[in-house]
Design a binder for this molecule. Structure first.
Ligand code: F6R
Length: 613
């Protein structure tokens, strides 16, 4: 949830740390800080609020130094305050630590350290780490590495750490367990960071640290060791991310840029897996025909937006493969007694690959001997490393906190997976598969047309944004679209919004409908059955004077009779209509948020990567 960056090299660390932190601010943004080696020992600067506050402080009280570590925080233990923001120091002020994760036994460790005479200044769990290291050195640890290892062997929970010692003026130490951390290698400098985009401009190669590993970064090289001090040979990978991918490229926000990237992302993903004309090729996933024949069940687990993608995946996989498919939220699944066995394929869906509840669910599935397939956007993430196979969504870095392109890429991944599995199980014919691929090929252009209608969508958002609430209704494949539209709206515009299965409306939410409530109805013309039912639901809303905003197919004049506003979308078969319809809802939420003056890329209280329970 927090972001970490560290630098070892010949330049002043301050601008490099601040730039890296700004690129990580999407991970957490209620406070921040840096610590540096200077001629006067370790000096730090901290602030509450956005990093602009830190920059202001650095302008008022300039400092230079190297190496350095920095942190942007999303509070878990203790309110956002200067006292609670990182870096945290030991009692002597000679060890500085930045931390992402949670130390679960911090209370116990704090009491133990207090009994040994340590005094704590913050309410954070992190502060025990520099004190444990200090104590290990007092107890005779032979080196900083040994002291860190001794400290970490006592800590339970998750951490990605950057550590500076006043007595080691050319070294940054790092360690990882359960929270993401990479080491970036540049020409004459080395970095640590929570993700690649934060430092992509400065590095050519990357090491994804594994759990239980420590890194020692010095100007002339990087060593990786385990907590027993054994040297390890890391896998060094080239950086395959263009620096522009982490830039705003002239858009006013990352979210708008990412909405616009969807046609390219989806086209790329589709082309990658359909290069054999007319067939989806997912051979890399190792889902052989024999395996698929003995498969009885699919269990899909994820959180938030990725859960909506999973719901779509369930509808489509059931429709196309004939298998029983279940979905659950990571935070619920991990506390159930799920009936999953070897004949269940467990599918984890996650943009970041670091979501704590999704990861814990995956581990539970592994204990039950299920095969694990992940649909993920982050190479090198924990989810990827712990899965048997991965279908990458290849959306590129998603920096806006509200997920857009990663979501539609997850839907595309499920469309491809369903077709590959359906054909291998003999549930769909080659002709059907070819027809669906043709339909999917229309999706990028259809999204493009949607985006061209942005001005019209903005006008509708301007008209409806100021009410206290909004209701989103959809059916079948577009029921998850309704949930996702409502989530987008509430997370970035802060307008309360609820997504509902349209047929369920009369069982409760109909009571909310009055002449003020915007009701966004997804009624694209697909199968007659669903369309007609949706029209009946809209009539029910109309009868209670709700203000209907219809998402309707181009040329559908019928809805004009009862919708106050209409967002037309290009025609698309029902199975793949969610990939296009959701873009209308992303834009509607975007412009509502803009009209309400919120911070769209960094909505309040949210973090991009939820690495705590
Ligand atoms: C909403 C959003 C979140 C994430 C959720 C899971 O726009 O982005 O709801 O979808 O936190 O995150 P990942 O996909 O990284 O597991």
């Amino acid at each position: 949830m927090c972001g970490i960056v560290g630098y070892v090299g010949p330049q002043d660390a301050v601008p490099l740390l601040v730039d890296g932190l700004k690129r990580l601010e999407y991970r957490g943004y209620d406070s921040g800080g840096i610590a540096l080696h200077t001629s006067e020992g370790i000096v730090f600067r901290k602030c509450v609020g956005r990093l602009t506050e830190l920059e202001r402080d650095l302008d008022a009280r300039p400092v230079t130094g190297r190496p350095g570590i920095g942190h942007t925080r999303w509070a878990t233990h203790g309110e956002p305050s200067v006292r609670n923001s990182h870096p945290h120091l030991d009692g002597s002020g000679r060890i500085a630590v930045v931390h992402n994760g949670i130390i679960e036994n911090d209370q116990e460790l704090r009491e133990q350290l207090q009994a040994q005479g340590h005094t704590f200044l913050s309410e954070t769990d992190t502060e025990v780490i520099p004190h444990l290291i200090e104590q290990a050195l007092k107890d005779g640890a032979a080196s900083p590495e040994a002291a860190i290892a001794q400290a970490l062997k006592q800590a339970r929970g998750a951490y990605a750490l950057g550590i500076l010692f006043a007595d080691q003026p050319d070294t940054v130490y790092a360690a990882r367990l359960g929270s993401p951390l990479i080491v970036g290698l540049g020409a004459d400098a080395h970095f640590i960071a929570s993700d690649v985009p934060a430092i992509v401009h400065h590095i050519d190669q990357v090491i994804y640290l594994n759990d239980g590993e420590m890194a020692v970064l010095q100007p002339d090289g990087v060593r990786i060791l385990d907590l027993d001090g054994q040297a390890l040979t890391p896998e060094v990978k080239p950086v395959d991310l263009a620096p522009e991918a982490a830039e705003m490229a002239g858009f006013e926000t990352f979210m708008l840029k990412e909405i616009h990237e969807q046609p390219r992302v989806l086209r790329g993903l589709l082309e990658k897996h359909t290069h054999k004309k007319g067939h989806v090729d997912l051979t890399d996933l190792g889902l052989s025909a024999d395996y698929l024949q003995q498969l009885r069940r699919i269990m899909i687990v994820s959180c938030g937006t990725a859960y909506h993608a999973a719901m779509y995946g369930k509808f489509l996989l059931e429709h196309v493969t004939g298998l029983a498919v279940e979905t659950d939220l990571g935070s619920e699944f991990r506390y159930r007694s799920p009936r999953i066995e070897q004949d269940t394929l467990f599918v984890a869906v996650s943009q970041s690959g670091e979501t704590a509840d999704t990861l814990a669910s995956l581990r539970l599935a592994r204990e039950r001997h299920c095969r694990v397939l992940s649909i993920c956007n982050a190479p090198g993430s924990s989810l990827v490393r712990e899965s048997d196979a991965v279908l990458f969504t290849e959306a590129g870095p998603e920096i806006g906190v509200a997920s857009t392109k990663a979501y539609t890429a997850q839907l595309m991944a499920f469309a491809l997976l369903s077709m590959a599995m359906g054909r291998a199980r003999g549930e769909i014919t080659s002709e059907q598969e070819q027809a669906w691929i043709k339909a999917l090929e229309q999706v990028p252009n259809a999204i493009h047309y949607m985006i061209e209608r942005a001005d019209h969508i903005r006008a509708i958002a301007d008209k409806h944004h100021d009410g206290p609430s909004a209701l989103y209704l959809g059916r079948r494949f577009n029921y998850p679209t309704a949930l996702e539209g409502a989530l987008k709206n509430k997370e970035i515009s802060y307008q309360h919004a609820e997504g509902y299965a349209a047929g369920e409306m009369k069982h409760g939410p109909i009571a909310l409908i009055n002449e003020y409530l915007p009701v966004i109805c997804i009624c694209t013309k697909t199968t007659d059955e669903v369309y007609e039912k949706m029209v009946s639901n809209m009539r029910e809303v109309e009868a209670r004077h709700g203000r209907i905003i219809a998402i309707a197919t181009d040329g559908d004049t019928h809805v004009q009779a009862f919708a106050e506003d209409i967002i037309y979308v290009p025609p698309m078969c029902e199975e793949f209509s969610p990939l296009v319809n959701v873009v209308a809802l992303q834009l509607l939420a975007y412009y509502a948020a803009q009209a309400r003056g919120t911070d769209i890329d960094k909505p309040r209280n949210l973090a991009k990567s939820v690495t705590v329970e």
